[in-house]
Design a binder for this molecule. Structure first.
Ligand code: PMP
Length: 452
């Protein structure tokens, strides 16, 4: 029998023949040949409780034994109601209005639609335009892709995407020309405001951003004050604020929602990956009461949803995951241990000048490689350094998340770490050790390739 071809494209690992997954235990995955992989990035920042957690498995089995799915137009369920309440409490009471979906892209897509519906409901149908940021990733469905500035993933679809405006991302490592770190927030807030005014405020529906950029930047936390500043701009012009927390939310940064630390409550937000931790496909669009009331008054609720919206066993997985995260005080650990993990990475790689930046929040850490640490010039794209690091780590039994620099046409190489919140001390040390070896060897190889 010939082996099936993978249908996925654009993997930044460059792994040609994918090993077959066999099983997982805690922070480790095992392939069919018995090889063990430490999951240092929780796959793509998903598996926040590791693999085969017996309590989550049990909860999903118990739900499946009762019923897999109750269709949302006919039934509600304990799972949906309980998860709604958990999310409401975890978001300080702000987000009790939820559309449960089955992926991050669907969550973002729903957020965009809710924003459009909101303006329609208020009689401001001219507000159709979204503003997003350069070097951003919000998903693969057409709407979500439209608000994503990710060149390689967009280019086959250009011409059919929504007309979206892009402003600069908040990146303290790569400051815009002529702007210093102190002036960054003011600069970016002005840029956003100018863009709104250029389009005409009455035409702008929403501004969408990731509080901590994931796949499109290799973990780039916005500087303090940024979220507050863009919130103020949006409020001044009646533009809705959408926080995409698909990757950085659900506790990944050490607070349940990333923007909680900034004291900002967006109008709408998306979550997914850590919500059910990969035990079932689950995402959600959350919207605040004022949005909910507007939608209710005009249309009787949010006009979006799918067959599997509020999928009962997916929500049962979400309930189990969130209860364990709370019971085991895992966010306290993520908050306390994350900065130490960053320090350990910096120390282990102190002699590798090509590691230009180690940054992040909680258990969401990015490393950016540069050919020249002074000019921050990246390695040329043909050296494919990020893929080399990912591949070497994988061969050595560590899963990390290498990010292509070919985002928005900007070269660069980054690697994301997003370990399970319950990874042991020994496992965290092993991540540092394997990754630093993979980086060291790959940088040496890239140097040789560039010298040829
Ligand atoms: N938004 C962000 C911030 C993401 O990181 C991703 C996935 N990497 C998505 C949306 C899309 O999620 P999914 O792949 O589950 O559709």
């Amino acid at each position: 029998m010939s082996s099936p071809k993978t249908t996925s494209t654009g993997s930044s690992y460059g792994v040609q023949a994918l090993p077959k997954i066999a099983y997982g235990r805690g922070s480790y995955l095992y392939d069919a040949n018995g090889k063990r992989y430490l999951d240092g990035s929780g796959g793509p920042a998903v598996y926040c409780l590791g693999h085969a957690h017996p309590e989550v498995t049990e909860a999903v089995k118990a739900q499946l034994d009762r019923v897999a799915h109750g269709y949302r137009y006919l039934f509600t369920s304990d799972a949906v109601e309980e998860l709604t309440e958990i999310i409401r409490l975890n978001t300080e009471g702000h987000f009790g209005n939820i559309v449960f979906v089955t992926s991050g892209s669907e969550a973002v897509e729903s957020c965009l639609k809710i924003a459009l519906q909101y303006h329609t409901a208020r009689g401001e149908k001219s507000r159709r335009r979204f503003i997003s940021r350069r070097r951003s990733w919000h998903g693969n469905t057409l709407g979500a892709l439209s608000v994503s500035d990710f060149k390689t993933r967009r280019e086959a679809f250009e011409g059919s995407l929504l007309d979206v405006s892009f402003v600069s991302s908040a990146n303290t490592y790569r400051l815009p020309e002529g702007v210093n770190a102190e002036g960054l927030v003011t600069h970016l807030a002005s840029e956003l405001e100018e863009e709104i005014l250029k389009i005409g405020a009455d035409k702008v529906a929403a501004f969408i951003f990731e509080p901590v950029v994931g796949a499109a930047g290799g973990v780039v936390p916005a500087p303090a004050g940024y979220a507050k500043a863009v919130e103020a701009v949006c409020r001044r012009h009646g533009v809705l604020l959408i926080s995409d927390e698909v990757m950085c939310g659900s506790g990944r940064t050490g607070t349940w929602r990333a923007l909680a630390e900034d004291g900002v409550v967006p109008d709408i937000m998306s979550i997914a990956k850590g919500l059910a931790a990969g035990y079932q496909p689950l995402g959600a669009a959350l919207y605040s009461d004022h949005v909910h009331e507007t939608l209710m008054a005009a249309h009787g609720g949010a006009m979006t949803g799918h067959t599997f919206t509020g999928h009962t066993s997916a929500c049962a997985a979400g309930v189990a995951v969130q209860k364990i995260v709370t019971r085991d005080r895992l966010l306290d650990r993520v908050l306390a241990r994350g900065p130490i993990l960053q320090q350990e990475l910096r120390a282990a790689l102190a002699d590798v000048g090509e590691v230009g930046d180690v940054r992040g929040r909680g258990f969401f850490i990015g490393l950016e490689m540069v050919a020249d640490p002074v000019s921050k010039e990246p390695f040329p794209a043909y050296a494919s350094l990020h893929a080399a690091i990912g591949r070497r780590a994988f061969e050595a039994g560590l899963i990390c998340y290498p990010c292509t620099g070919n985002v928005g046409g900007v070269a660069g190489d980054t690697v994301i770490l997003a370990p399970p919140y319950n990874a042991s001390e020994e496992e965290l040390r092993e991540i540092v050790s394997i990754l630093s070896r993979a980086i060291r060897d790959s940088v040496a190889e890239a140097r040789r390739a560039v010298a040829l």
